[in-house]
Design a protein around this ligand. Structure first.
Ligand code: BG6
Length: 534
């Protein structure tokens, strides 16, 4: 969803003038990796939520493709079983009220499944004939969305095979039926591999056909940053180097590697989270206002921002790896003791970076980023610290005694926005006390179930690329972290493991801030900063 366009949004009960979304136009969705975890946990529930809110087109085809030995009935039954298991589970990744049979039928009544090996030509012959049969019976007009929910080594080969089989051809300037591919992360593992992957994809399809997903952009609170910045006159005059001291972005997780050691050992926290998710948060906060609402206008501004970020030097990065720890009586093992992890693993489960942005708005304003697993709280926030006023005209108070003001954008959980400021403590003397103004999503809205993928899938079906990464954006973000990746791969980490599970991360990360200014400290990794869990 383009957050700046007058765009259908989920209805806000009782609000006047709220535009409801229209169903997407006729199309088929082909899911590669149909029997995999991502499909079951995220894609199918999101498609279901879309069907449940009437946004799946009336003329719709669904085709699963996977190596797993299943047929259409077995496949859809396994999806439904997973969906049922989410119902009423507040801990589930997907919030499903109940599985509405009509919506389920609408989604899966005509679904088909093709079993086979994605690397073989014959597979695509079968896929083609089965897809064409769905297209005819469902009247989808030949519009196709190929969703690649597979390991990254399959991205280019699948697209090349689809191209060879003639399944991706569009009219020269996009007229006629559309054909789109959706690529999950990781999009490359460094600049060279991202460039190589872009080249191979762009040999087969045009950029307008590629939807590189970053699921953080599907989150309401991430899109809301645009609303906050560009929909209000209040913040804009403050949003620059004159008023902002620095910005902290924290993506803290309590989970560990959760059975993904094979992937994670190769990736590590930096590759897994930073050039993609964390940099999208940076872009939302720091980009210039776009000159219009077109997807390209917004993506151009993000690219401009990424290009202005200085390549991070190894001394501006701190890596960490979790040791054992305990929380609420539960003992967690160290990363090196996780199944599938090498006993002397050098993989980082935590990273903190100091970014410098070389443009007129941000010159001299550091952006400190950190993300890690097994931290004290699951919490994603963007905290903007304002500069202090020049003097404190209160008896006995020096300006150094006054805490700074913060604007905190809570991305998840407890979604909302808070402003931290000073007020007069009631009484006969002038004493200041910290206070907070809060906006909480849950107080204002009654949101529909949404895992973020709904918005992104809907956008793929309706052809809105605003929330997707463009080739040049992906390459710039890999450029920014390239020197650190090279440095780390050539130099074993000293002192790993270096933070206790369920703590705030390695102590050393403090130096990124305090070296710049001794009054700067990371905010607590705690939902309520008054109860610092670290
Ligand atoms: C994924 C990473 O892309 O994002 C995971 O591979 C991480 O390691 C996840 O846990 C975080 O996403 P969310 O939506 O749970 O914050």
């Amino acid at each position: 969803m383009n957050p700046l366009a007058q765009h259908p949004s989920r209805p806000d009960a009782g609000a006047a003038g709220v535009v409801s979304a229209a169903p997407a136009g006729p199309c088929s969705v082909v899911i590669f990796g149909a029997a995999g975890d991502l499909t079951k946990r995220l894609l199918e529930p999101a498609l279901f939520n879309l069907a449940n809110t009437g946004l799946v087109p009336e003329h719709f085809g669904l085709l699963g493709a996977d190596i797993a030995d299943l047929d259409a009935r077995g496949w859809t039954a396994s999806l439904r079983a997973m969906l049922e298991s989410f119902v009423g589970d507040p801990e589930a990744e997907d919030q499903i009220g109940r599985v509405n049979d009509a919506a389920w039928e609408r989604l899966t009544a005509h679904a088909d499944y093709v079993q086979g090996d994605f690397t073989r030509d014959e597979f695509y012959e079968t896929l083609k004939s089965r897809l064409e049969a769905i297209e005819t019976s469902q009247g989808t007009g030949g519009n196709r969305l190929f969703y690649l929910a597979v390991a990254d080594r399959f991205f280019a080969p699948i697209v090349e095979h689809l191209g060879k089989a003639g399944l991706l051809a569009e009219g020269e300037s996009g007229e006629g039926p559309w054909r789109r591919i959706v690529i999950e992360k990781p999009f490359g593992h460094d600049l060279a591999s991202a460039k190589a992957l872009n080249r191979r994809l762009l040999d087969v399809v045009a950029e307008r056909q590629i939807y590189r997903i970053d699921h953080f952009l599907g989150k309401e609170t991430v899109q809301n940053i645009m609303a906050l910045r560009f929909g209000n006159g209040l913040f804009d005059p403050l949003w620059n180097r004159d008023r902002i001291d620095h910005v902290q972005i924290t993506v803290a997780e309590t989970v560990g590697v959760e059975g993904r050691a094979k992937f994670y050992e190769q990736a590590g926290a930096l590759r897994d989270m930073v050039p993609n998710h964390v940099f999208q948060l940076v872009a939302m906060v720091a980009m210039e206002p776009p000159v219009g609402v077109r997807a390209e206008a917004i993506r151009d501004k993000k690219l401009e921002l990424f290009s202005a970020i200085r390549t991070v030097r190894p001394e501006d990065a701190v890596r960490g790896q979790y040791d054992a720890g305990e929380v609420s009586g539960r003992r967690a093992r160290a990363y090196r003791e996780e199944p599938g992890v090498a006993a002397d693993s050098n993989t980082e489960t935590y990273v903190a970076l100091r970014l410098a942005i070389d443009n007129w708005r941000w010159a001299g304003v550091p952006f400190y980023l950190r993300t890690g697993k097994h931290l004290s709280e699951r919490m994603t926030e963007i905290a903007i610290r304002f500069r202090k006023q020049p003097l404190a005209p209160f008896k006995g108070a020096s300006i150094d005694d006054l805490p700074p003001n913060w604007l905190v954008l809570r991305i998840q959980p407890d979604e909302g926005i808070a402003i931290e400021f000073e007020v007069k403590r009631p009484g006969q003397t002038m004493q200041l006390a910290p206070a907070q103004m809060q906006f909480r999503y849950r107080d204002r809205f009654d949101p529909e179930p949404n895992v973020g993928y709904e918005t992104l899938l809907y956008d793929c079906m309706t052809g809105d690329q605003t929330l997707f990464q463009r080739a040049d954006m992906v390459e710039e973000t890999w450029r920014v972290v390239g020197e650190v990746l090279d440095d780390w791969s050539g130099r074993p980490a000293a002192g790993f493991p270096n933070y206790r599970s369920f703590s705030a991360g390695p102590e050393e990360a403090e130096r990124l801030l305090s070296d710049d200014d001794p009054t700067r400290r990371w905010r607590p990794v705690a939902l309520d900063p008054a109860e610092d869990g670290s």
